[in-house]
Design a protein around this ligand. Sequence first.
Ligand SMILES: NC(=O)c1ccc[n+]([C@@H]2O[C@H](COP(=O)([O-])OP(=O)(O)OC[C@H]3O[C@@H](n4cnc5c(N)ncnc54)[C@H](O)[C@@H]3O)[C@@H](O)[C@H]2O)c1
Length: 321
Amino acid sequence: MESVDRRLLVTGGAGFIGSHVVEAALADGWTVAVLDDLSSGRRAHVPSGVAFYEIDVRDAGGVQAAVRDFSPTVISHQAAQASVSVSVRDPLLDAEINIRGGLHILEAARTNKVHRIVFASTGGAIYGEVSSGAADECTPERPYSPYATSKFAFERYMETYRQQYGLQAISLRYANVYGPRQNPHGEAGVVAIFLQHLRKGEPLQINARQTLGDDGCLRDYVYVADVARANLAAARGDTPALLNVGTGQSTSTRALAEALAKEVGVTPILTSALPRPGDLKRSVLDSTLASSLLGTPTSLDAGLRQLVLWSELEDAAQTNF
Ligand SMILES: NC(=O)c1ccc[n+]([C@@H]2O[C@H](COP(=O)([O-])OP(=O)(O)OC[C@H]3O[C@@H](n4cnc5c(N)ncnc54)[C@H](O)[C@@H]3O)[C@@H](O)[C@H]2O)c1
């Protein structure tokens, strides 16, 4: 990495992925701050000693003031309206946060001489249906939901700021991310939802891919530590401007349920439901480039094992509290 001060502002750093980026950056010697409105994130996810700005990215003045105050060299932009179904119900809200809010970050980066921005984009949604094989970085984008469209639009804005102002801009297109601290209460994050049900002895619902009773949709599940590692490499300037962050493996919802139940040590009760309108049937990312830069991604079994171990430790900590 070229010699710039290592000051990282993580937007959305109180959330699931952002909090792992914060931890990885601290371990790598960065000075870190978090900007988050705590709409889905938690203050407790931000380690003590990390500067915290409780600000909504829609608040242009607040974003400017925070960036001016902390003076980051790099911004890792994770804050977002992150739900596909919310974006379908309320595309204006999605655009307000993901496009307009994102532009507030870009404007603050421009006016405060930020060196580089790393963006949490979506490989899981931006390529649309991946009927066979895996989508690589050259696959044409086919954003289908307002969420995918707003993420794609922001990628284009970043490119504009690169051309106009020389802001270095890296888009990381994540597959389906899972791991510790993922919120099981939303509608996204099937791994977190299944884990919660399994630990309560509740059934797991397999939404069909095509017909009732099939194995469910196919997804590429990537472990959050690998996503944090990709963010740090991008923050250091060690990645190209566009990188898929996945595993190249496709896993059905049923196979996921069974693999997770095995790690928890229970026999799952599986129920079937009709396909959910709007769900992509198959989404898999070719992550050859990321693997060549960052090493082999964590296998699904190993990632699920670490997640279950973490949740047991969390439970034990709660009990002893
Ligand atoms: N989880 C996945 O599988 C996945 C896949 C692809 C891309 N992403 C992207 O990764 C990023 C992080 O997602 P996550 O899964 O950790 O979600 P998350 O909800 O846990 O984290 C998002 C964080 O952003 C904050 N936030 C939301 N709206 C905000 C606003 N208006 N102003 C300031 N802060 C705000 C939330 O409080 C939260 O802390 C998002 O940009 C998401 O779109 C996630």
